[in-house]
Design a protein around this ligand. Structure first.
Ligand code: ARG
Length: 455
C-alpha cells in the first residue's frame, strides 16, 4: 500500500507487532458501511464518476458477503481490516478500487468504524438492561407483598418486601441504561472526512456521510476527530458501573441460594452440579457474573492508560483500543443475558423469606416508633426501652412478638397489648408508606410507573 517509498518489506517481528487484522476483522461490516457512504458521497460531489462508484458499491457488497460467508482470506501482510478490504476490492473491481481512498485516511476510517461498532454495543447494552429490568419487574409484581429481611451490614435490619428489593435493582439498572444513553448522544458525531488529521482539499460533503451512517452531525474538528477515543472510554466506564451492579446482585443470589439462607432456588437451567459431591447445585452463572467486573474494569483502566499522554492527533498506540473493548462488550452482553435468565427462572422461597423476615428482632424499630407515637416518648428514650426489650427476648431465647405483655410491662409499665400489632412483619412493611418505602402499595406504584416507562 505504500511501496513507493519503501525498498524492503517489513521484518516478520515488525509485521507481528504492527498487524491488527487478527482482531479488527470484527469491524468488517462497519468498515464496508463507511466505505459505501464515502464512495456514494464522492460520486454525488463529482469527485468519483458514477460508474466507478457503482463498481465500488457492487464490489464492496461482494467483499462483505465473502467475509460474512467465511470465505474471505484475511492477510496479516495487509495489516488491518481497512487494507484487507481495499485490496480484495481491487482484485474484484480493478482500477476504481484505487480511487476509494480519495479524501480519507485510515485514521478517520478507523475512528468511524470503531464508533459505529461501539454505538451498536451501547444499543445492545441498553436492550439487555431493559430485558433485565423487565425480568426484575416480573419478580416484583409476583412478590410485591412477600416479606423478607432487609439488611444493613448484612445483619437483619427491618423487614422489607421482595418486590421492593427487586425494584431496587430496577433503579440501579435504569441508571446504567441512562449512562449508555447519555454517552451515545455525546458520541454520535462522524469522524469520516477528517482524513489523516487536517481535513481534505477535496470538496467533500461531511453532512452527507454523517447522515448516511446515522450520525447526528460531522465531528467539528479534524484533529480531535481522529484522536478521540472518549466514546470507547465512556462505553467502558458505563460498562464498568453496570458490571459492578451485576456483581452486587450476583453476590446476593449466591448468598440467597445457599443452604444456610434458602431465600431462592435457582433453576436447573442456570445452575451446575459438582463432579464429586452429588448433593451440590452451584450458582456458577451468578459467580461468573460477580467476576466479570474484573475484566471490564481492567479494559477501562487499560484504555485510559493507553490514551493518557498521547499528543494530537493519531498515534499507533490507539490501535491498542480495540481488543479490550471487544472483550468487555462480549462479556457485558453475556453477563446481562445470564442475569436476565437467572432472574426470570428463579423461585423465591416465600415461607423461608417470611420466617427470616421476623427473626433477628427485625421489628424493633416498629416497637420504638410505637412507643413514640402512642406513649409520646422521645425517640431516644424509646430506643433505650426497645433495646432493653430486645435484651430480654435474647435472654429468653425468643423473638420480640413472643414476649408476653407482662414481659413488656416489666420494662415499661405503660405498654399495652396493641403493641403486638406493630410487631408482625406484614404490619411493619405495610406501615412504611413514605414515598419510596417498602409498603406493598408503594412498591406497586413503582412497578406501575416502570411498566409505563418501559412500554
Ligand atoms: N490499524 C490501525 C488502527 O487500528 C488503523 C489506522 C492506521 N493509521 C495509520 N496511520 N497507521 O489504529
Amino acid at each position: 500500500m505504500w511501496g513507493g517509498r519503501f525498498a524492503a518489506g517489513p521484518d516478520a517481528i515488525m509485521e507481528a507487532i504492527n498487524a491488527s487484522i487478527g482482531f479488527d476483522k470484527r469491524l468488517a461490516k462497519q468498515d464496508i458501511d463507511g466505505s459505501r457512504a464515502h464512495a456514494a458521497m464522492l460520486a454525488a460531489q463529482g469527485i468519483l464518476t458514477d460508474s466507478d462508484a457503482e463498481a465500488i458499491r457492487e464490489g464492496l457488497l461482494t467483499v462483505l458477503s465473502e467475509i460474512e460467508g467465511g470465505t474471505f482470506q484475511f492477510s496479516t501482510a495487509l495489516e488491518d481490516i481497512h487494507m484487507n478490504v481495499e485490496s480484495r476490492l481491487k482484485e474484484i473491481v480493478g482500477e476504481p478500487a484505487g480511487r476509494l481512498h480519495t479524501a480519507r485516511s485510515r485514521n478517520d476510517q478507523v475512528a468511524t468504524d470503531f464508533k459505529l461498532w461501539v454505538r451498536d454495543q451501547m444499543d445492545a447494552a441498553m436492550a439487555g438492561l431493559t430485558a433485565l429490568m423487565q425480568a426484575l419487574i416480573g419478580q416484583a409484581e409476583a412478590g410485591a407483598d412477600w416479606v423478607m429481611p432487609g439488611f444493613t451490614h448484612l445483619q437483619t435490619a427491618q423487614p422489607v418486601t421482595w418486590g421492593h428489593h427487586m425494584m431496587a435493582y430496577v433503579e440501579m439498572f435504569a441508571r446504567d441504561r441512562s449512562r449508555f444513553a447519555d454517552a451515545r448522544k455525546r458520541m454520535n458525531e462522524c469522524p469520516l472526512g477528517a482524513a489523516a488529521l487536517a481535513g481534505t482539499s477535496f470538496p467533500i460533503d461531511r453532512e452527507a456521510t454523517a447522515a448516511a451512517l446515522g450520525f447526528d452531525r460531522p465531528a467539528a474538528n479534524s484533529l480531535d476527530a481522529v484522536s478521540d477515543r472518549d466514546f470507547a472510554l465512556e462505553y467502558l466506564s458505563s460498562a464498568t458501573i453496570c458490571a459492578m451492579h451485576l456483581s452486587r446482585m450476583a453476590e446476593e443470589l449466591v448468598i440467597w441460594s445457599s443452604a444456610q439462607f434458602r431465600f431462592v432456588t435457582l433453576s436447573d437451567r442456570f445452575s451446575t452440579g459438582s463432579s464429586i459431591m452429588p448433593q451440590k447445585k452451584n450458582p456458577d452463572a451468578a459467580e461468573l457474573i460477580r467476576a466479570k467486573i474484573g475484566r471490564i474494569l481492567g479494559a477501562n483502566v487499560a484504555l485510559l492508560t493507553v490514551m493518557k499522554g498521547l499528543p494530537l492527533a493519531y498515534s499507533k498506540d490507539m490501535q491498542e483500543d480495540k481488543e479490550q473493548v471487544f472483550d468487555a462488550a462480549d462479556n457485558l452482553a453475556l453477563a446481562l443475558a445470564a442475569m436476565e435468565g437467572m432472574v426470570r427462572d428463579m423461585t423465591a422461597n416465600v415461607a423461608n423469606l417470611e420466617a427470616a423476615a421476623g427473626s433477628g428482632f427485625s421489628t424493633a424499630t416498629d416497637l420504638a416508633d410505637w412507643l413514640v407515637r402512642v406513649l409520646d416518648m422521645p425517640f431516644r428514650d424509646a430506643h433505650h426501652v426497645t433495646g432493653a426489650l430486645v435484651k430480654l427476648a435474647e435472654d429468653k431465647g425468643c423473638d420480640l412478638p413472643d414476649l408476653s405483655l407482662a414481659d413488656m410491662q416489666s420494662v415499661n409499665g405503660q405498654i399495652t397489648a396493641d403493641v403486638f400489632d406493630v410487631l408482625g412483619v406484614h404490619n411493619s412493611v405495610a406501615s412504611r408508606m413514605s414515598y419510596g418505602g417498602t409498603a406493598p402499595a408503594q412498591v406497586r406504584a413503582q412497578i406501575t410507573r416502570w411498566k409505563e416507562a418501559l412500554a
